[in-house]
Design a protein around this ligand. Structure first.
Ligand SMILES: C[S@@+](CC[C@H](N)C(=O)[O-])C[C@H]1O[C@@H](n2cnc3c(N)ncnc32)[C@H](O)[C@@H]1O
Length: 361
């Protein structure tokens, strides 16, 4: 297996490498959960946001078909490494065919679902992560979201598309149920658990009476996650390489915290193959699980090293120290990958598109 750099501790293992290769080192049926956000492929080739110019980067697929051919290698690998009955949760959205212009959308989630069904997963109902329309308009400069468009011709408008988290359950019987003996203990979101329910937190009696956990469960079991704190993300500004304008918006920690706490046991290994600045690994470690992550772009990986180190400082609680075999030791294949990263150029198509819309308005 090839990677440029790595940090391996007893609580997390992170690699600067291509996940098509790094995932191969994970032992069969050893992983408790997979969670990530892939590059959002567009039907015309490329992706909504491009991260680097490496040919290994999924955001550089020349066609939609090529994207899914490439992505398939990763799904095959984590399907092998995941325990039966466990969850792979994929963050995605409907993708505009022409960026910020008025255009049709592609059913990117539908293609992801088809791929997972082909590779031995059952899809579960998706969670919608609500987005505030004006904030989306200001960030994307989407013409279809401008108030002016409602005034001029409302047929050319659309809603602020939700993000989705789609859980897929690997077929087979889960060898170890994921239990919450005393119910759910923390809420990840904008709302707060009503004060009068606090006396039930960690309730050791009959769980039917655990109104604290019940309140959290009702929010988590809702198909609309409408109070995800959009600003609760890991530091990422520093991860921009010099002169690099490429996009990185880390996924909100509330999304990871909900998914990881719901679907894993303490000590389980949580895998994030598109690690970015380390959000999934950070959340796993902060919640008493072990994190495994792999990221292609060196500057994002370097930021993940800082972020995961901060999580690793959280005191270890009981049952989290059991040794885990992280798989084969990756050998460092610096030369090829370093040569590839020299090829990064600094232009981000989405920025150009936004600048063009701004100039027009
Ligand atoms: C949507 S971003 C993930 C952001 C991440 N969720 C976070 O919170 O920081 C997708 C990431 O996939 C990475 N990537 C693309 N192709 C890859 C590959 N073949 N192997 C590993 N990472 C890859 C990109 O560099 C980018 O950081």
């Amino acid at each position: 297996m090839a990677c440029l750099d790595q940090v391996v501790t007893d609580r997390y293992a992170i690699y600067n490498g291509d996940s098509c290769e790094t995932l191969r080192s994970l032992p069969d049926e050893s992983v408790g959960m997979v969670v990530y956000s892939p590059p959002f492929a567009t039907e015309n080739g490329g992706a909504l946001y491009c991260y680097s110019s490496s040919v290994r980067d999924l955001s550089n697929a020349r066609t939609y078909e090529e994207f899914f051919e490439h992505y398939r290698f990763m799904v095959i690998e984590y399907a092998r490494a995941l325990k039966p009955g466990r969850i792979a949760a994929v963050h995605c959205m409907d993708v505009p065919k022409q960026g910020a212009n008025i255009c049709g959308y592609s059913d990117f989630p539908g293609k992801i679902i088809k791929l997972h069904e082909e590779l031995g997963f059952d899809m579960l109902p998706r969670y919608c992560i609500w987005k505030e329309p004006l904030a989306v308009r200001n960030r994307t400069m989407s013409k279809a979201l401008a108030h002016r468009q409602i005034v001029e011709d409302a047929t050319l408008t659309n809603c602020a598309a939700a993000d989705y988290l789609i859980p897929f359950r690997k077929k087979g019987a889960n060898p170890e149920p994921v239990t919450h003996e005393h119910g759910l203990l923390e809420y990840a979101g904008e709302r707060t658990v009503p004060k009068e329910l606090h006396k039930y937190k960690g309730w050791t009696g009959n769980q039917i009476q655990n109104r604290y956990s019940h309140w959290i469960w009702r929010n988590y079991a809702s198909c609309f996650w409408d109070d995800i704190r959009l600003g609760r993300v890991l530091p990422y500004e520093e991860s921009k390489a010099e002169g690099d304008e490429r996009h990185q918006h880390p996924l909100q920690l509330d999304v990871y915290d909900r998914a990881i706490v719901m679907w894993t046991n303490p000590g389980d290994v949580v895998v994030e193959p598109f690690m970015g600045v380390g959000s999934g690994v950070y959340s796993a470690v902060m919640n008493g699980r072990r994190g495994w992550g792999s990221e292609l772009k060196p500057s994002f990986f370097n930021q993940a090293v800082i972020n995961c180190e901060a999580a690793g400082k959280k005191p270890i609680e009981v049952n989290e120290t059991a040794e885990f075999d992280w798989g084969d030791d990756p050998e460092v294949e610096q030369e090829t990958m370093a040569r590839e990263s020299d090829k990064y150029d600094d232009t981000d198509p989405i920025d150009e598109e936004i600048a063009a819309v701004e100039a027009e308005e």
